[in-house]
Design a protein around this ligand. Structure first.
Ligand code: SF4
Ligand code: SF4
Length: 387
């Protein structure tokens, strides 16, 4: 492996189609993507489609960026293009779910008129992970496992479990929706979950990662955070190194993100050779506001961060993240109740209640709540009395 990788950056001040086209053209020219492709290839675009959120909230990859990539592919002779993701919280199994409404609500339907296939197949198969220490194989959506060329297309966000949600975290959506909560239950320690995510990304091996950072989400992402205009597009063929580069650019302490610490520990992070027509080498950006994961009672952030690390090293789970429903903001759609794998949410007629004894802290309920009525609180783990 060479010691550097190519990091392409272009500015895009809005989701205007002409501006995005210019940006994607420049990114792909820098990375010489044309050389990687051949006629007849099945290309898979993997955006962040955590739910059918209105694009206004900046939760999902903006469909205009997906359209710009699809148009570039079409202009370069690639006609077999599919968009696929597993929404959060077993959304596909909820009563009344249908993909046509899902894509319509998420603003993706128009892509079908441009010849892009919008995946409706939840079938999956096991893919070997030869270098896996956590698992020796991963269950991955068929449409992703069968693709010849995977373009990973995350939205740049913060995440209340993994701190950042860039390229590596976005690939968790390759796992079938119904199986995702089981991973949260199996790996409650963030370091174990992050290790699994790194190995999953090594298994999926995206050929390219194009990041929608025109509008990003910071603070309490991935759903209830704050939208911020960053005005940038990023692309690289090395998903691990790009995540590390972005963290550095956005002032995220690598020690706070198990994903980066583990990827670096496995020797997966290289130095960036930045190439850009619009971003100057000495330009800086304001730091990313991180989630309240490091806010526990009145303890200083530095102390919580050190306790997190010490507990992880000792294999302990010191903190848990507990969802809290704001019944005033709740629209009583019952999506959270139907997607809770532990049956921990009850409808008592006038409000919804979470039974904290049953909760496995998977956070699926907060991911499916398009009304953003569920907040996550980090707490010191209570010891359960033996029964
Ligand atoms: S908390 Fe959110 S997902 Fe649950 S019922 Fe209310 S609006 Fe729906
Ligand atoms: S209530 Fe707990 S177990 Fe149920 S979806 Fe929410 S976090 Fe997961």
């Amino acid at each position: 492996m060479t010691t550097t990788y190519l990091q392409a950056i272009e500015k895009a001040s809005s989701y205007d189609a002409a501006e995005l086209k210019k940006g994607i053209d420049a990114l792909f020219r820098t990375l010489q993507i044309e050389k990687d492709l051949r006629p007849g290839m099945r290309v898979l675009l993997k955006p962040n489609l955590l739910g059918d959120y209105n694009t206004y909230f900046s939760v999902t990859t903006n469909p205009a960026v997906v359209a710009a990539v699809a148009d570039w592919l079409s202009a370069h002779g690639i006609t077999d293009v599919t968009v696929a993701d597993s929404p959060g919280g077993s959304a596909c199994r909820m009563p009344g779910f249908n993909f046509a409404d899902f894509y319509e609500n998420a603003g993706y339907s128009f892509l079908a008129q441009r010849g892009v296939r919008l995946n409706t197949d939840s079938g999956w198969r096991s893919v070997p992970a030869p270098k896996g220490c956590v698992l020796k194989d991963y269950n991955i959506l068929n449409v992703i496992a069968d693709a010849d060329y995977i373009i990973n297309m995350p939205k740049l966000k913060t995440h209340n479990k993994t701190v950042i949600s860039f390229g590596v975290k976005n690939l968790f959506g390759c796992v079938p929706d119904i199986q995702k909560p089981a991973f949260h239950a199996r790996y409650p320690r963030i370091a174990d979950f992050a290790n699994m995510l790194v190995e999953l990304a090594m298994t999926v091996k995206p050929a390219l990662t194009v990041i929608d950072a025109v509008e990003i989400m910071e603070h309490n992402g991935p759903v209830a955070g704050e939208k911020r205009q960053l005005g940038m597009l990023f692309a690289a063929k090395d998903v691990f190194s790009q995540d590390a580069f972005l963290a550095q650019l956005l002032g995220v302490d690598e020690e706070k993100t198990d994903l980066l610490r583990i990827a670096r520990g496995k020797g997966l992070v290289r130095a960036a050779q930045v190439m850009s027509g619009t971003f100057k080498p000495n330009e800086t950006v304001a730091p990313l506001k991180l989630p309240d994961i490091f806010t526990v009672n009145s303890l200083p952030e530095k102390v919580v961060s050190l306790l997190h690390m010490a507990a992880d090293k000792a294999g302990e789970l010191l903190f848990t993240q507990t969802p809290c429903i704001n019944n005033k903001a709740c629209a009583r759609c019952l999506r959270c109740l139907h997607s809770c794998p532990a049956g921990a949410i009850a409808d008592n007629g006038s409000s919804l209640e979470i039974d904290t004894r049953k909760c496995i802290h998977c956070l699926c309920c907060s991911e499916v709540c398009t009304h953003r009525a569920i907040r996550i609180k980090t707490e010191i783990k209570k010891r359960r009395k033996p029964t």
